[in-house]
Write a protein that binds this ligand. Structure first.
Ligand code: APR
Length: 252
Protein backbone atom coordinates (compact mmCIF):
# COMPACT_ATOMS: atom_id res chain seq x y z
CA UNK A 1 0.00 0.00 0.00
CA UNK A 2 2.93 2.35 0.66
CA UNK A 3 3.71 2.86 -3.04
CA UNK A 4 0.07 3.69 -3.70
CA UNK A 5 0.11 6.16 -0.80
CA UNK A 6 3.22 7.78 -2.32
CA UNK A 7 1.41 8.11 -5.68
CA UNK A 8 -1.62 9.70 -4.06
CA UNK A 9 0.69 12.03 -2.11
CA UNK A 10 2.33 13.16 -5.36
CA UNK A 11 -1.06 14.00 -6.86
CA UNK A 12 -2.01 15.94 -3.71
CA UNK A 13 1.34 17.79 -3.69
CA UNK A 14 0.77 18.87 -7.30
CA UNK A 15 -2.85 19.90 -6.74
CA UNK A 16 -4.17 23.34 -5.79
CA UNK A 17 -7.78 22.46 -5.01
CA UNK A 18 -8.42 19.44 -2.80
CA UNK A 19 -11.61 18.32 -1.02
CA UNK A 20 -11.40 16.09 2.05
CA UNK A 21 -14.73 14.47 3.03
CA UNK A 22 -14.92 12.94 6.51
CA UNK A 23 -17.36 10.72 8.38
CA UNK A 24 -17.69 8.84 11.65
CA UNK A 25 -14.93 6.40 10.73
CA UNK A 26 -12.34 9.16 11.23
CA UNK A 27 -13.49 9.61 14.84
CA UNK A 28 -13.82 5.85 15.37
CA UNK A 29 -10.07 5.99 15.96
CA UNK A 30 -10.79 8.36 18.85
CA UNK A 31 -13.09 5.72 20.32
CA UNK A 32 -16.40 7.19 19.12
CA UNK A 33 -19.03 4.76 17.78
CA UNK A 34 -19.80 4.86 14.07
CA UNK A 35 -23.40 4.91 12.89
CA UNK A 36 -23.52 1.96 10.50
CA UNK A 37 -21.56 -1.25 10.02
CA UNK A 38 -19.93 -3.19 12.85
CA UNK A 39 -20.94 -1.84 16.26
CA UNK A 40 -22.74 1.07 14.59
CA UNK A 41 -25.17 3.14 16.62
CA UNK A 42 -27.91 2.62 14.06
CA UNK A 43 -27.80 -1.15 14.05
CA UNK A 44 -29.90 -1.57 17.15
CA UNK A 45 -33.12 -0.17 18.48
CA UNK A 46 -33.42 2.01 21.54
CA UNK A 47 -34.55 0.69 24.95
CA UNK A 48 -37.97 2.09 23.98
CA UNK A 49 -37.99 -0.19 20.90
CA UNK A 50 -37.52 2.75 18.51
CA UNK A 51 -35.03 2.92 15.66
CA UNK A 52 -32.31 5.34 16.78
CA UNK A 53 -33.09 7.52 13.75
CA UNK A 54 -36.59 8.09 15.19
CA UNK A 55 -35.26 8.92 18.66
CA UNK A 56 -32.73 11.39 17.16
CA UNK A 57 -35.25 13.13 14.92
CA UNK A 58 -36.60 16.69 14.79
CA UNK A 59 -40.20 15.56 15.37
CA UNK A 60 -39.13 13.56 18.47
CA UNK A 61 -37.34 16.60 19.94
CA UNK A 62 -40.68 18.43 19.71
CA UNK A 63 -42.89 15.52 20.78
CA UNK A 64 -40.78 14.02 23.57
CA UNK A 65 -37.72 16.22 24.29
CA UNK A 66 -36.63 14.07 27.24
CA UNK A 67 -36.47 10.96 25.04
CA UNK A 68 -34.61 12.71 22.22
CA UNK A 69 -32.20 14.27 24.72
CA UNK A 70 -31.55 10.86 26.29
CA UNK A 71 -29.78 9.86 23.04
CA UNK A 72 -28.37 13.31 22.29
CA UNK A 73 -26.74 13.13 25.73
CA UNK A 74 -25.14 9.77 24.83
CA UNK A 75 -23.61 11.32 21.70
CA UNK A 76 -22.57 14.39 23.69
CA UNK A 77 -20.89 12.41 26.45
CA UNK A 78 -19.04 10.24 23.89
CA UNK A 79 -17.75 13.32 22.04
CA UNK A 80 -16.78 15.22 25.20
CA UNK A 81 -15.11 12.09 26.58
CA UNK A 82 -12.70 11.66 23.67
CA UNK A 83 -10.50 13.86 21.51
CA UNK A 84 -9.17 14.51 18.03
CA UNK A 85 -6.68 11.90 16.77
CA UNK A 86 -3.68 11.92 14.42
CA UNK A 87 -6.05 11.65 11.46
CA UNK A 88 -7.74 14.97 12.36
CA UNK A 89 -4.33 16.57 12.88
CA UNK A 90 -3.05 15.29 9.52
CA UNK A 91 -6.06 16.84 7.78
CA UNK A 92 -5.49 20.15 9.61
CA UNK A 93 -1.83 20.07 8.51
CA UNK A 94 -2.84 19.41 4.89
CA UNK A 95 -5.22 22.37 5.03
CA UNK A 96 -2.46 24.57 6.44
CA UNK A 97 -0.10 23.60 3.61
CA UNK A 98 -2.75 23.84 0.90
CA UNK A 99 -4.85 27.07 0.95
CA UNK A 100 -7.11 25.44 -1.67
CA UNK A 101 -7.85 22.42 0.55
CA UNK A 102 -11.47 22.32 1.78
CA UNK A 103 -13.05 19.96 4.33
CA UNK A 104 -16.63 18.65 4.14
CA UNK A 105 -17.42 16.88 7.40
CA UNK A 106 -20.52 14.97 8.49
CA UNK A 107 -19.13 14.71 12.03
CA UNK A 108 -20.65 16.79 14.83
CA UNK A 109 -17.90 16.05 17.39
CA UNK A 110 -15.97 19.30 16.81
CA UNK A 111 -12.67 17.42 16.49
CA UNK A 112 -11.64 19.13 13.25
CA UNK A 113 -11.95 22.51 14.98
CA UNK A 114 -10.00 21.15 17.97
CA UNK A 115 -7.27 19.80 15.66
CA UNK A 116 -6.79 23.27 14.15
CA UNK A 117 -8.50 23.00 10.75
CA UNK A 118 -9.16 26.55 9.42
CA UNK A 119 -12.92 26.82 10.04
CA UNK A 120 -13.41 29.20 7.09
CA UNK A 121 -12.60 26.19 4.89
CA UNK A 122 -14.60 23.62 6.87
CA UNK A 123 -18.19 22.80 5.86
CA UNK A 124 -20.01 21.16 8.80
CA UNK A 125 -22.92 19.74 6.85
CA UNK A 126 -24.59 18.15 9.93
CA UNK A 127 -23.80 21.04 12.28
CA UNK A 128 -22.04 20.67 15.61
CA UNK A 129 -23.04 19.59 19.16
CA UNK A 130 -22.29 22.95 20.80
CA UNK A 131 -23.13 25.66 21.72
CA UNK A 132 -26.73 24.82 22.63
CA UNK A 133 -29.48 27.34 21.88
CA UNK A 134 -33.00 27.90 23.19
CA UNK A 135 -35.80 26.89 20.80
CA UNK A 136 -38.11 29.50 22.34
CA UNK A 137 -36.02 32.67 22.81
CA UNK A 138 -32.88 31.80 20.81
CA UNK A 139 -30.50 32.41 23.74
CA UNK A 140 -27.13 30.65 23.22
CA UNK A 141 -25.89 28.42 26.04
CA UNK A 142 -22.26 27.19 25.90
CA UNK A 143 -22.60 24.86 28.86
CA UNK A 144 -23.24 21.49 27.14
CA UNK A 145 -21.06 19.52 29.58
CA UNK A 146 -22.79 21.09 32.63
CA UNK A 147 -26.25 20.36 31.25
CA UNK A 148 -25.32 16.70 30.70
CA UNK A 149 -24.88 16.35 34.47
CA UNK A 150 -28.39 17.62 35.18
CA UNK A 151 -31.91 16.26 34.47
CA UNK A 152 -32.81 16.34 30.78
CA UNK A 153 -33.97 18.07 28.67
CA UNK A 154 -31.75 21.09 29.38
CA UNK A 155 -33.69 24.30 29.97
CA UNK A 156 -32.94 27.91 29.02
CA UNK A 157 -31.81 30.15 31.91
CA UNK A 158 -33.73 33.10 30.43
CA UNK A 159 -37.13 31.58 29.60
CA UNK A 160 -37.04 27.87 30.66
CA UNK A 161 -37.52 26.82 27.02
CA UNK A 162 -35.99 23.52 25.85
CA UNK A 163 -32.40 23.89 24.62
CA UNK A 164 -31.09 22.03 21.57
CA UNK A 165 -27.71 21.53 19.84
CA UNK A 166 -27.09 23.10 16.39
CA UNK A 167 -27.01 19.65 14.77
CA UNK A 168 -29.14 18.37 11.88
CA UNK A 169 -31.44 15.78 13.41
CA UNK A 170 -33.18 13.17 11.28
CA UNK A 171 -36.08 14.61 9.23
CA UNK A 172 -34.55 18.10 9.48
CA UNK A 173 -33.18 20.27 6.67
CA UNK A 174 -29.45 20.67 6.07
CA UNK A 175 -28.02 24.11 7.00
CA UNK A 176 -28.62 26.35 3.96
CA UNK A 177 -25.31 28.21 4.32
CA UNK A 178 -23.32 24.97 4.44
CA UNK A 179 -25.05 23.63 1.33
CA UNK A 180 -24.57 26.93 -0.52
CA UNK A 181 -20.87 26.97 0.39
CA UNK A 182 -20.44 23.36 -0.72
CA UNK A 183 -22.01 23.92 -4.13
CA UNK A 184 -20.11 27.21 -4.63
CA UNK A 185 -16.85 25.31 -4.10
CA UNK A 186 -18.02 22.37 -6.22
CA UNK A 187 -18.67 24.77 -9.09
CA UNK A 188 -14.99 25.75 -8.94
CA UNK A 189 -14.09 22.05 -9.06
CA UNK A 190 -11.46 20.00 -7.23
CA UNK A 191 -8.40 18.18 -8.62
CA UNK A 192 -8.37 15.61 -5.80
CA UNK A 193 -11.14 14.31 -3.48
CA UNK A 194 -10.23 12.24 -0.41
CA UNK A 195 -13.19 10.41 1.18
CA UNK A 196 -12.23 9.36 4.73
CA UNK A 197 -14.26 7.13 7.05
CA UNK A 198 -17.69 7.53 5.57
CA UNK A 199 -20.24 5.03 4.26
CA UNK A 200 -21.30 7.77 1.80
CA UNK A 201 -24.97 7.33 2.75
CA UNK A 202 -26.06 10.73 1.38
CA UNK A 203 -26.19 12.18 -2.16
CA UNK A 204 -24.33 15.35 -1.11
CA UNK A 205 -21.41 13.12 -0.11
CA UNK A 206 -21.41 11.03 -3.32
CA UNK A 207 -21.89 14.02 -5.66
CA UNK A 208 -18.47 15.71 -5.05
CA UNK A 209 -16.79 12.38 -5.91
CA UNK A 210 -18.88 11.91 -9.07
CA UNK A 211 -18.28 15.48 -10.28
CA UNK A 212 -14.52 15.31 -9.63
CA UNK A 213 -14.26 11.99 -11.43
CA UNK A 214 -16.26 13.29 -14.40
CA UNK A 215 -13.91 16.30 -14.56
CA UNK A 216 -10.88 13.98 -14.65
CA UNK A 217 -9.78 14.57 -11.04
CA UNK A 218 -8.33 11.92 -8.71
CA UNK A 219 -10.79 10.31 -6.24
CA UNK A 220 -9.41 8.40 -3.27
CA UNK A 221 -11.21 6.52 -0.48
CA UNK A 222 -9.66 5.75 2.92
CA UNK A 223 -11.78 3.09 4.62
CA UNK A 224 -11.01 -0.43 5.92
CA UNK A 225 -14.26 -1.62 4.31
CA UNK A 226 -15.90 -1.16 0.91
CA UNK A 227 -18.69 1.37 0.50
CA UNK A 228 -20.94 2.70 -2.30
CA UNK A 229 -18.01 4.96 -3.24
CA UNK A 230 -15.52 2.12 -3.64
CA UNK A 231 -16.64 1.40 -7.20
CA UNK A 232 -16.41 5.10 -8.12
CA UNK A 233 -12.94 5.96 -6.81
CA UNK A 234 -9.65 5.34 -8.59
CA UNK A 235 -7.80 4.46 -5.39
CA UNK A 236 -9.24 2.66 -2.33
CA UNK A 237 -6.75 2.65 0.54
CA UNK A 238 -8.16 -0.17 2.67
CA UNK A 239 -6.89 0.99 6.03
CA UNK A 240 -7.70 3.07 9.09
CA UNK A 241 -7.63 6.84 8.79
CA UNK A 242 -5.34 6.97 11.82
CA UNK A 243 -2.74 4.84 9.98
CA UNK A 244 -3.10 6.13 6.42
CA UNK A 245 -3.47 9.93 6.82
CA UNK A 246 -0.20 10.60 8.71
CA UNK A 247 1.65 8.38 6.19
CA UNK A 248 0.10 10.35 3.35
CA UNK A 249 1.20 13.67 4.88
CA UNK A 250 4.73 12.35 5.44
CA UNK A 251 5.07 11.97 1.65
CA UNK A 252 3.83 15.46 0.80
N1 APR B 1 -10.84 4.58 9.54
C1 APR B 1 -11.54 4.86 8.41
N2 APR B 1 -12.82 4.44 8.20
C2 APR B 1 -13.40 3.72 9.19
C3 APR B 1 -12.74 3.40 10.39
C4 APR B 1 -11.40 3.86 10.55
N3 APR B 1 -10.69 3.58 11.67
N4 APR B 1 -13.59 2.67 11.18
C5 APR B 1 -14.76 2.56 10.47
N5 APR B 1 -14.63 3.17 9.28
C6 APR B 1 -15.63 3.33 8.23
C7 APR B 1 -16.68 2.25 8.17
O1 APR B 1 -16.23 1.19 7.34
C8 APR B 1 -17.85 3.01 7.52
O2 APR B 1 -17.79 2.91 6.11
O3 APR B 1 -16.32 4.52 8.51
C9 APR B 1 -17.61 4.46 7.92
C10 APR B 1 -18.61 4.97 8.93
O4 APR B 1 -19.86 5.03 8.28
P1 APR B 1 -21.13 5.56 9.11
O5 APR B 1 -21.12 4.94 10.45
O6 APR B 1 -22.31 5.43 8.20
O7 APR B 1 -20.79 7.10 9.34
P2 APR B 1 -20.99 8.28 8.33
O8 APR B 1 -20.69 7.86 6.93
O9 APR B 1 -20.26 9.43 8.87
O10 APR B 1 -22.56 8.57 8.48
C11 APR B 1 -23.01 9.73 7.86
O11 APR B 1 -25.12 9.52 8.89
O12 APR B 1 -26.83 9.46 10.38
C12 APR B 1 -25.92 10.25 9.80
O13 APR B 1 -25.40 12.14 11.03
C13 APR B 1 -24.98 10.83 10.81
O14 APR B 1 -23.06 12.06 10.12
C14 APR B 1 -23.65 10.77 10.09
C15 APR B 1 -24.02 10.38 8.69
Amino acid sequence: MDEVIARVAQAIAAAERILVITGAGLSADSGLPTYRGLGGLYNGHTAEGLPIEAALSGPMLQRDPALCWKYLAELGKACLGAQANAGHHAIAELQRRKPGCWLLTQNIDGYHRAAGSPMERVIEIHGELAPLYCQSCGAVDPELSEHLKRPLPPRCRQCAGVLRPPVVLFEEMLPEQAIARLYAELRQGFEVVLSVGTSASFPYIVEPVLRTRQAGGLCVEINPDSTDLSALVEVHLAGRALDVLPKLLSHI
